[in-house]
Ligand binder design. Structure first.
Ligand code: HSE
Length: 345
């Protein structure tokens, strides 16, 4: 049995979803994979910080946050450590970087990555900021320090879109990647198609844990643009920046636009796309009006879908959850199992 000690930086929707998975499936993973994933530290700006080198019980973490909104009432040998102290001084083998996404600066996540890597810790994340803005730099730093970074959940949550590209399709010559990569906007558009008002649909997407802390990132297309950049840079070998994506969100769509589309048996979808052309790589995020019979028009709610167009296989489409507590928490398990395959088995 190999044990992986984990420090969770952030204990919001994703950290809690991940803890729930460890609470419910941790023993099964020990049996099935010979890997024990043990949380030893949690540091959250609002909920407080705990560090117990022997381990923290995920069930207790969850119960306490659900009942009190904070971790403060749990006793632990060390409390109140900030994120950087937790990263540098805890005994974690792996840091799960789960702070809020900032697609302008990538901070504080980029600093968290660097501190973890420089102290010899692997990093896993579902945070799009550091992956969209600094993946190559962080990955080289990780290689220099002999550690790995896992970023599967930064696109399509636990639906394995990045590994599908980097591991399975990498030799098939991917020429275009396009699809629905933001769960919040797809949920809002689906609800509006069914008659809901924009504000109610957005509030529901927030309540379900799909939306970013600041949902402007979702509805204005920044979140989808970040994912397009990640897909292009990791799967097509480009060096795109956020500003290279021709971006438009869904805030310009009116109830009337949706009604008119419906009358013609069409649906609005926010489509992210990156394509290799003779003039270079072209990337965009834009609302498109698709016939109901189009495969992407049938993808509703927070579900995401990506079609990889390849020279050798033609189109390969992956459909699955793109946001949500357990779906995103599960992406961290995928990254941990990938690390276990290379280092532990
Ligand atoms: N806010 C994002 C979405 C979360 O709605 O898709 C997953 O990246």
């Amino acid at each position: 049995m190999k044990t992986y000690r984990l420090a969770l930086i952030g204990f919001g929707t994703v950290g809690q979803g991940f803890s729930q998975i460890l609470r419910d499936f941790g023993a099964q993973y020990e049996k099935d994979f010979g890997a024990c994933f043990r949380i030893t530290a949690v540091s959250d700006l609002q909920k407080g910080s705990l560090y117990d080198p022997q381990g923290l019980d995920p069930a207790l973490l969850l119960r306490t946050v659900e009942t009190t909104g904070s971790l403060e009432s749990i006793s632990a040998p060390h409390k109140g450590w900030d994120a950087l102290k937790t990263i540098r001084e805890s005994n974690a083998d792996v840091v799960a970087e789960l702070s809020f996404t900032d697609l302008k600066t990538g901070e504080p996540a980029i600093s968290h990555f660097k501190a973890a890597i420089q102290t010899g810790k692997h990093v896993i994340t579902t945070n799009k900021g550091p992956v969209a803005l600094a993946y190559q730099e962080l990955n080289s730093l990780a290689c220099q320090h002999g550690v790995t970074i896992g970023v599967e959940g930064s696109v399509m949550s636990g639906t394995p879109s990045l590994r599908m590209g980097t591991e399975m399709l990498s030799a098939a010559d991917i020429t275009c990647i396009q699809g629905i990569v933001n769960g919040t906007t797809n949920y809002i558009l689906s609800q509006m198609d069914a008659g809901a008002a924009y504000a109610d649909a957005l509030a529901e997407a927030q309540a379900r844990g799909y939306a970013e802390a600041d949902p402007t990132g979702d509805v204005e297309g920044f979140d989808a643009a970040g994912k397009v950049v990640i897909l292009a840079n990791l799967l097509m070998g480009t060096r795109l920046r956020m500003a290279d994506v021709d971006r438009q969100g869904i805030t310009g769509l009116t109830v009337e636009d949706i009604r008119q589309a419906k009358q013609k048996n069409e649906r609005w979808k926010l489509i992210g796309r990156v394509e290799k052309t003779s003039a270079g790589v072209k990337a965009s995020v834009k609302p498109h009006r698709l016939p109901e019979s189009h495969p992407l028009a049938q993808v509703g709610g927070a579900t995401n879908a990506i079609t990889f167009t390849t020279t050798l296989l033609g189109d390969v489409t992956l459909i699955g959850p793109g946001a949500g507590r357990l779906a995103t928490g599960y992406a961290l398990v995928e990254d941990l199992l990938a690390l276990h395959r290379i280092s532990g088995e």
